[in-house]
Unconditional design. Structure first.
Length: 201
């Protein structure tokens, strides 16, 4: 399909670069924006610019934050001796939605996946070990998806932390095999957090 405007083509290409958005959907979104009031579109663009300029990663847990330290890490009411290790920021949001967990988090930014060229060196594992080395952590919960890659990552972290005097636990298997954590319903995920069990490697 030939697009009659260079500017329209550029906008469609930008939207089509987003995950799950094909060119037809991108075209529909761009045409919708063109129907909006100009100020609405300007506000949309400014919001995206502010997102890029102001949202950062917490220097402790690597969660998204408006400040150098996220609201969870800076909250004195949270249990800072318990760290829940997750793959992504979506997993933090999913666990928080259960309201069953009061500790803090550590976002790895992915899982070990040789097929995708992702190794331990590409993840936030050294900073997790450093946090444990500081001596204030009593429990590390390995809350990764129960997939082959998730289990491999759990085992790698377990080996890295095995010599530390801490409890290493994992989610109860209420989460179905091969499920992504942030797609699991809140009740199941909450129960998996509460019923976590020792990780045996």
């Amino acid at each position: 399909m030939e697009i009659p405007s260079v500017f329209l083509e550029r906008a469609v290409s930008q939207f089509a670069g987003l995950p799950g958005i094909g060119r037809k959907t991108a075209m529909r979104l761009v045409l919708h924006l063109l129907k909006r009031e100009p100020q609405d579109v300007v506000t949309f663009a400014q919001t995206m610019q502010e997102l890029v300029e102001n949202v950062r990663y917490c220097h402790i847990c690597h969660n998204l934050s408006d400040e150098t330290e996220c609201a969870i890490c800076s909250n004195p009411k949270r249990d800072h001796s318990t760290v829940c290790v997750v793959e992504s920021i979506q997993d933090v949001m999913a666990i928080e939605a259960t309201q069953q967990y009061n500790g803090v988090y550590h976002v790895l930014g992915g899982i070990i996946s040789p097929m995708d060229g992702i190794g331990p060196q590409d993840l936030e594992i050294p900073s997790l070990v450093q946090r444990v080395d500081e001596g204030t952590i009593r429990e590390v919960i390995l809350a990764l998806a129960p997939t082959m890659e998730g289990d491999t990552t759990c085992f790698y972290i377990y080996r890295k932390l095995a010599d530390h005097p801490i409890s290493i636990t994992t989610l109860a298997r209420g989460v179905a095999q091969n499920d992504q954590l942030h797609y699991t319903d809140e009740v199941t995920l909450g129960r998996s957090i509460v019923d976590r069990r020792p990780f045996t490697g």
